[in-house]
Write a protein that binds this ligand. Structure first.
Ligand code: FES
Length: 138
């Protein structure tokens, strides 16, 4: 036979529910061991969706340290997102090049070659295939 909840039990249960979101919102994200962690894009890993990559632009998939470009519709290229100048991540863009906002280098969407700025080397290519709209490392 179960006892009806006492007023004290009801208040204690309510306090637990109300406190949970407060504790979660105060958590320090840098304490999470997975925060800002880059998973190297090993073979067969899905790094993102092709639909997220603009034609004539690029999209950074930071978790995998990869930038994927689409210089022509349906033509995809991928590069290591670390700028060859000082290692900042390049940015996403729909402006016809891959930008690095740290010091202004720009890279070609199709080849990763340096177009402008202080970088001397191109972006390192990453082999990919696109299957069913998914971008997968080869
Ligand atoms: S790190 Fe990219 S331009 Fe300097």
């Amino acid at each position: 036979m179960t006892q009806p909840p006492t007023r004290r039990r009801v208040l204690a249960a309510g306090a637990g529910v109300a406190m949970a979101p407060v504790v979660a919102s105060c958590a320090d994200p840098s304490a999470d061991p997975h925060f800002n962690q880059v998973d190297p894009p090993g073979p067969g890993r899905q790094v993102g969706m092709a639909a997220d990559v603009p034609v004539g632009g690029c999209q950074v998939f930071a978790r995998y340290g990869t930038v994927v470009s689409q210089p022509e519709e349906g033509e995809f290229r991928a590069f290591n997102a670390e700028c060859s100048h000082k290692g900042c991540f390049v940015g996403s863009s729909d402006q016809g090049h891959i930008p690095c906002r740290c010091h202004g280098s720009m890279f070609d969407l199709a080849t990763g070659e340096r177009l402008a700025g202080p970088a001397k080397e191109p972006l390192a290519p990453v082999e990919i295939v696109v299957e069913d709209g998914r971008i997968i490392t080869a």
